[in-house]
Design a protein around this ligand. Structure first.
Ligand code: FAD
Length: 376
């Protein structure tokens, strides 16, 4: 049966769901975004593993301009002194159609917005009130407009405002006591890395990831460091923490730097309203240490879309079972990676490096640790 949906938030999750609905269903939908426009500044890079490129290809991602994306072949692990530890072959998860891909977030948003921008996107919309009316949900926005819909999809990020209208139980995101700094590099300069791969350098209480985001080999640099408080005015002391471990890195932290405090969602909670669903970070926010935030946003949109297609009665229950199972797997691995990337003790680092070298060659281990996530 044809349904009417309100999707709240035009990030990766909301836009993916909108594209799936537009291309493959009869459901009516409007995307409500609180900002006045989509943020298309370069932003940070995004890695998409095959679980998400497979879904994006169903909505035409395979036709995207090849110059604007990159397919890294592997992950090279280094210590913070730039000494190589081991390499993970990412092509083992690729198929001819679906490949591990890196790109600018803005490139992905540009692609996702194209087919829905004119007819389905409304800007400057923030919910002010919700109520139930004749088996539907009436949403009022703070600009005095409203919409009566069958389904509301909260896709408004980790601090989801939609949740606060429908859920009594709070699931307030927690600060991980870590901060991310990012920059786009024009070249790898004198770093001893392969700029066709993802390079991951592990230091004391910090790690850095560098990867190409397009065919010009522009590189996205993300530096993540443990820090108890977030003070955007005090970036230098965070940079000093890595420069003291390798002075060669200092030059990479000049120019246009962006910082983020890292948050995660402590619990995975179901929706208490059968007509309200949460996707992307609004369902669960992960640490970025498995590079799965965007991937899971895309997956969650696809799971909900598939359930809406078959027209089952109790889709809320099915959705939560499936999504929470996936989220738990990803959460466990993201948290473990965060922990092991940041060892500050020399002995622990040596043991970690030894096990990484050993395990990375074991097909069985890699298949269960990453294959489970990438080959969904
Ligand atoms: C440093 C860093 C690096 C990352 N690297 C990667 C990576 O390599 N790979 C990866 O897969 N993921 C990565 N991620 C995570 C990924 O970017 C996010 O998980 C993903 O973008 C979440 O998408 P979303 O659509 O759920 O939420 P968001 O991107 O947060 O979008 C939410 C949208 O809703 C809008 N909104 C908010 N409130 C309201 C409201 N009240 N009403 C209406 N609209 C509202 C917002 O303006 C926004 O447009 C990284 C994250 C960080 C911080």
């Amino acid at each position: 049966m044809k349904k009417k949906l309100a999707i709240i938030g035009a990030g990766i999750a909301g836009l993916t769901l909108a594209n799936l609905l537009k291309k493959n269903s009869e459901h009516e939908f409007i995307l409500y975004e609180k900002q006045e426009s989509l943020s298309l500044e370069e932003g940070y890079g995004i890695q998409l593993s095959t679980n998400s490129t497979k879904i994006l290809n169903t909505i035409g991602f395979n036709k995207i301009n090849r110059e604007k994306i990159f397919h890294p072949k592997g992950v090279d692990f280094y210590n913070i002194k730039n000494e190589k530890i081991c390499n993970l072959d990412l092509t083992q998860f690729n198929t001819t159609e679906n490949k591990y891909t890196s790109l600018q977030r803005s490139t992905l948003i540009e692609f996702l917005k194209d087919d829905v921008y004119n007819q389905h996107l409304r800007f400057g919309k923030k919910i002010s009130e919700v109520s139930e009316l004749k088996g539907k949900i009436l949403i009022k926005f703070d600009d005095n407009t409203n919409d009566l819909v069958d389904i509301v999809v909260g896709a408004d990020g980790i601090f989801s405002n939609t949740r606060s209208f429908f859920e009594k139980k709070k699931n307030t995101p927690k600060f991980k006591k870590a901060i991310a700094i990012r920059r786009i590099l024009k070249s790898k300069s004198d770093l001893e890395i392969d700029d066709e791969n993802i390079s991951l350098m592990m230091g004391n209480n910090c790690h850095m990831v560098i990867y190409p985001v397009n065919k010009n080999r522009e590189l996205n640099l993300i530096y993540i460091v443990r820090e108890k408080k977030y003070d955007p005015k005090n970036i230098q002391s965070l940079i000093d923490k890595v420069v003291i471990q390798n002075s060669k890195l200092e030059k990479f932290f000049k120019g246009d730097l962006r910082t983020w405090p890292l948050y995660y969602t402590p619990k995975i909670l179901p929706s208490t309203n059968s007509k309200v669903f949460y996707i992307g970070d609004a369902f669960n926010g992960f640490l970025p240490t498995l590079a799965q935030g965007a991937g899971q946003s895309i997956e969650s949109a696809n799971e909900l879309f598939n359930l809406l297609k078959v027209n089952k009665s109790d889709i809320q229950n099915f959705y939560f079972q499936e999504r929470s199972k996936r989220a738990k797997i990803v959460r466990k691995r993201s948290n473990l990676n965060f922990f092991i990337f940041h060892f500050s003790n020399n002995i622990l680092q040596t043991i970690r490096n030894f096990f990484m070298k050993f395990l990375i060659k074991r097909k069985g281990f890699i298949n269960s640790y990453l294959g489970n996530v990438y080959k969904n």
